[in-house]
Design a protein around this ligand. Sequence first.
Ligand code: 5AD
Ligand code: SF4
Length: 363
Amino acid sequence: MLEQILEKESLTKDDLIYLMKLTKQDDLNKLYEKAYSIKEKYVGRKAYYRGLIEFSNRCVKNCYYCGIRSGNENVERFDMSGDEIIKMAKWAYENNYGSVTLQSGERQDKNFEKFVKDMILDIKKVSDGKLGLTLCLGEQTEDIYREWFEAGGHRYLLRIETTNEELYKVIHPDNNIHSFQKRVDCLKTLKKIGYQVGTGVMIGLPGQTEEDLVNDILFFEEMDIDMIGMGPYVVHKDTPLGKDVINNDLNTEEEKYKRFVLGLKMIAITRLYLKDVNIAATTALQALNPLGRELGLKAGANILMPIITIEEHREKYQLYDNKPCIDDNAEECKACLTGRVSSIGDIVGYGEWGDSPHFKRKN
Ligand code: 5AD
Ligand code: SF4
């Protein structure tokens, strides 16, 4: 049965659910190997770096799972200065990274739009227009998205988090602030403007089923998504969801391992099904397993997001507990990741934007 499914040209929803329920290590290895061969054929054995600049941990949202949610009073809030951001972008450029990602909590304050626009223009300037630029700045108006696009941001990441709307409501408290439909509309707007659009989900949330995860993959297809960033849910102890999970004894080593494996399966099945999209091996995978990101690449991922945030601010940008690399600096992250990539026989796509072949095919 498994062999037949893996040889099929197009997979049905039932096939995807069958794959999502695999548990035997032998079967999982076959799934990962097949996904790796599809990766090789459609996107190549190259990992592209997106240097991650986490420039502010202020957020207007209050997601139940996230460590920097507005309701968490134990977080020291910070904003990097424009100079600090540009210094990091310059470092990325000088170190031959193809792109950087500007990420922060969701901000609606008045100066934010202009601040980001100036950053985009300055990053382009210090890199002679050569650094690729991904934005990950939450839900914004069409005008703002357009302004940032015109300034030079060309990819946008906005995770849908889960496509099970009931579950979405459970993990996002106030319907006035958090709306599933609004998020979907934002993704459509981003596409309309011309961004390469990325989305993703958290994997292994309490109450989430294998079918939910398959529906997530079908959503990526339906929305014609170019890039996917998804990773296992990782507990943050100062959050309502984290406390619930700990109290219900759902954060045992065994449960964490299950979430990790589910994370790898999601990568592999998404690669099998969507083939030519960019898929990130996220830091959350490594939070659950020291070899998480290598295994993610072996299961079909082709993007890595090394943190280049200056050391002083790293520990304040903790969405979940045990975030890896908090004590490292950008140089160490680069050396460490490059070692991880070559350990599995892939190479790093230095100096290249590494756009999603799925996006390039259409444009
Ligand atoms: N575990 C895993 N991922 C998380 N994120 C936020 N909190 C957690 C957590 N506890 C993810 C969300 C968000 C992205 C920036 O980080 O998916 O979109
Ligand atoms: Fe804010 Fe994103 Fe965290 Fe939600 S997940 S609280 S939007 S940073």
